[in-house]
Design a binder for this molecule. Structure first.
Ligand SMILES: [Zn+2]
Length: 240
């Protein structure tokens, strides 16, 4: 069984009552651990540590509060990892912005947090700092995309420069899940401030994974698809 560390709070101003989001409430796993994570979200952005040693990986969900499948999948991942052997450390942020998840909002304080990771003091920048301070080996950010939007298909965003491993991780997840790869030559050239890009630019190989679901909904199979992407990501590093 993997050890579970104390739940850290990355940022207090995002605090919110996740249980007020009915879809989340009806679909999260029941149990003491879920309760504890919900309680901690009342204090801010929770980060759960499972296991110890290297590699150190971070899974993030809920940078967009209205994208529900990965947030539920992340909680299930916490539940499943604690009952098995984990070789290394997995840090999980199941709700990056509890307040936005409660409200079903894509934005926080008026901004898209996946364009703000390079702005000091923003929530996504605080997550980036935690990734750097804890010397993470890699990070993966999980989202859901509406059908017919951008990208609108189940996919993995990655880049080849400066971290070629970003692309290799994406290839592995593609083989395991058949999600489509969307690869940029250089991280952050299309727009700046995406958490994945800022990780790659800081030398921490990262990917963004998308499953298809309407906003504020849990389309059939979407949380399971998100879970599979998370699992493939951890398998790439031999952690599970
Ligand atoms: Zn998103």
């Amino acid at each position: 069984m993997a050890s579970i560390g104390k739940i850290r709070i990355i940022s207090p101003e995002t605090a919110g009552d996740i249980r007020k989001n009915q879809i989340i409430k009806q679909n999260i796993p029941e149990g003491h651990l879920t309760e504890k994570i919900m309680e901690s979200a009342l204090k801010g952005t929770p980060m759960i540590q499972i296991g110890s040693g290297n590699p150190k990986l971070m899974l993030i969900a809920g940078i967009h509060g209205d994208e529900l499948p990965p947030q539920i999948a992340a909680l299930k991942m916490v539940d499943n990892l604690v009952i098995r052997d984990v070789s290394g450390t997995v840090f999980i942020v199941p709700f990056a912005i509890p307040q936005a998840t409660r409200k079903g909002s894509r934005r926080f304080e008026g901004f898209d947090m996946n364009r703000k990771a390079s702005s000091g003091g923003s929530l996504s920048n605080k997550i980036l700092k935690a990734i750097k301070n804890l010397k993470m080996s890699s990070a993966a950010d999980f989202h859901a995309t509406k059908p017919h939007s951008n990208p609108g298909v189940e996919s993995i965003f990655c880049s080849k420069k400066p971290c070629y491993q970003s692309y290799e991780i994406a290839e592995y997840i593609k083989k395991a899940t058949s999600s489509k790869i969307i690869c940029h030559k250089v991280a952050g050239t299309l727009y700046s401030g995406a958490l994945e890009d800022e990780c790659n630019l800081s030398g921490v190989p990262a990917v963004t994974c998308e499953v298809v679901s309407q906003n504020n909904r849990l389309d059939p199979g979407s949380q399971e698809r998100s879970y599979l992407q998370m699992e493939a990501y951890l398998e790439y590093f031999g952690v599970i």
